[in-house]
Design a binder for this molecule. Sequence first.
Ligand code: ZN
Length: 302
Amino acid sequence: MAARRFGAIEAGGTKFVCAVGSSPQDLSVAERIPTTDPEETMAKVTAYFREEVLRSGPLHAIGIASFGPAGVRPGAADWGRILKTPKRGWSQTSLVQPLTAAFGVPLGFDTDVNGAALAEYRWGAARDCNIATYVTVGTGIGGGTTVNGRAIHGLRHPEVGHFLPRRHPDDVAFEGTCPFHGDCLEGLASGPAIAERWGASLSHLPQNHIAHEMIAYYLGQLVVALQAVLSPRRIVFGGGVSNTPGLLDRVAHAAKDLGNGYFGDAADVDALVVAPGIGQQSGLLGALHLAEKAWQRASSNT
Ligand code: ZN
């Protein structure tokens, strides 16, 4: 059988990263398309895949790992759509419709963090972990959890970034940046919340700056909350803020303090909090995985 070819799209708030391939090993050099208005962005995405089809032959399926909130329930009217978002023009935009119209192939769709969680489970730092969570800490904070290799969806997709943490004792004046909740986790510990408080990114603040301790205190609470609710075997921290040197050690340390030995010993927490196994690629590889699953589902239905 000839190799299958899949389209993969990591649809982000600032750029859409597109690639074609059958596995992580042969994924093409990714095309980066700036996220402008929906029509222009989707036209460029479609044009990229059209060119790929003309050059190297048809695609078997396309996978999209999208920024959220997004409709992820297969069969629901809002499946494949961006839901209500402050990002201008994008509320109710369907990402799947233009691609279905152009290529007529099966489409896989999920959030970017669910995609990343699936890719980390399959190829990265969460292999063989029956329950694992991927958390991104960057412009926003989000997370996806896989159970036996499937991403959790409920009524909607989980939104760990909007969990409500306990305030750090020295962080009482700042109101938080979340337009919905003010001082939820994203409102206190995302990149914009850090920049607004201290005028710099975490990695540009000296290691002895209290910002490091505070952000670790908040992310440590997320670790404890996940331990309490899901008992994951791995929590993979990706995103720009997570790359800050020393941060994940501080997060593990904070989680140990806050958990106070209840969820296992110190070594358990050290093994729990890890960096991505596939670097910055987890979103795009998640989209590749979603494409392959969509193709398998379609093939088994025929
Ligand atoms: Zn919030």
